[in-house]
Design a protein around this ligand. Sequence first.
Ligand code: PEP
Ligand code: MG
Length: 571
Amino acid sequence: MLSQHIKGVGAAPGLNIGQAIWWRKEKPVVETRSISDTDAEVEKLNQAIEKAREQIQELRSIASQRMSDEEAAVFDAHLAFLDDPGFTGEMKNRIQSKKQNAESICQEVTDEMSQLMASLDDEYMQARADDIRDVGTRLLLILSGKQPFDPSLLKPGHVVIAEELTPSDTAQFPEGISGMVTERGSKTAHAAIMARTLGIPAVLGLGEAIRQIEDGDIIVLDGDQGTIQINPDKETEAAIRQQIKKQNEAREQALKEAKADAYTADGKRIQVFANIGSLNDVDIALKNHAEGVGLFRTEFLYLENDHWPDEEEQYDAYAKVLKAFGDRPVVIRTLDIGGDKDLPYAELPKEENPFLGHRAIRFCLSNPDIFKTQLRALLRASVHGNLWIMFPMIENLAEIRQAKALLDECKNELKNEDISFAENIPVGIMVEIPAAAINADLLAPEVDFMSIGTNDLTQYTLAADRGNEKVAHLYDAAHPAVLRLVKMTCDAAEKAGIVVGMCGELAGDTAMTEALVGLGLHELSMSAGTIPEVKQKVRQTDSEKAKELAAGLLSQKDGDQVRRFIQEQKS
Ligand code: PEP
Ligand code: MG
């Protein structure tokens, strides 16, 4: 029996223990053969495509029942590849021109296309490379008559071990899986996002060290620390089971208490909201007792479609969310496209530095028709609840004024058309560009609220790409430079008498809750799963002591020191 710790990437939080089961992937050995009847070979490929289509449709329906629309939409991309002239179309052309068997052509085209996409400096395209490989492997398995892994072997309590897991794999996990562990993969991999949605701890990117794991080994995974332990001794195992029990009880307790709104120990109200990315997230948000929505990322409406969503489609989606939250605020962010989020049908020109480029509000202001379609849909939906409209990536005053002028134009149009909308819809901005934080005193008087997007604010302040693993050690939202910008924004909001919130990932970091209250935030918005714990932290916070803590943080030298300082104050 061997007991060993291995370090990887903590991709979905939680501590758990379970029995290892390898998700083995057969790699078909492909031989290249010459063929004479190319039509028959193309027909063989066509049949494989149809079989693959059935399988993917089945996966899509499982995923949409168990996860969100956004995650199920991954399979729409897979279905689209089956009809893509540059992919399966190219395979058919090559079978005819090279007179070779379908398997070898399928392998060749899959390799070429996935390598090309992986080499592009664009996170979205790199994720598509994984999708292409997934679809190509599926076709190859069908063509060569091999059976993929049988997911019915998975039982509750299993920890799934694999070289790599794709969304098609994780969608087939039954209820009760204890965790997932992979050789390759990062925090931003689709599979990691799915694990977070399903609430399964995940440790990815552990490298070849995981090959020593055998079916039946006992695996402890710590999704927060990013470590696994293989076959712990009996004493350690018992201690860990005890810790898991406590973790689950604490979670149950936090969830029970989360029904009530959050106030600090000395009675200051802090609103704890959910970030949502699709309609399916609404349920999870309500179950975790979100007091409203602090960020509704509307991109999914655009990413899911193969055309610009029209006013009616958007109105339906916004109205559903607003109705679900009744009189609770729902902050809907206007389109934040560009950067790493590409829209194939938008035909956005390639940019050298897309994160510094023509994205979000910049794109919307230069495409007023697209922007106004969304604004009209939002205004029309506003009668169904408590809508707040938020503009992303604001850098200067002129942008706010232009966006508000377009909103007024839409209001006038609707009035002329006798279509009703709510009076006094609060209009706000995201503060996620350092200039907006530094000049927050100039911007605040023009808006009703501000929400700090620490995901982008951190990458721009520290010049560290949020998706680049090589600079991940530099990317830290708790860096004092970021916290100083947060403080400037909160002070400006206070002076202008407006609400200030935070909707970047930092808002859901329970180690930082007290500090964020102390910096002056009124509202914290996060992935729904962490709402109960953050509410608990708010209740344990004294707002005056929190101010002292926050002041101390601003003179720390880096993010590590900030976290250490917080720890020391506690002990
Ligand atoms: C942010 O930048 O912090 C944010 C919340 O927006 P997104 O992650 O969608 O860019
Ligand atoms: Mg952002």
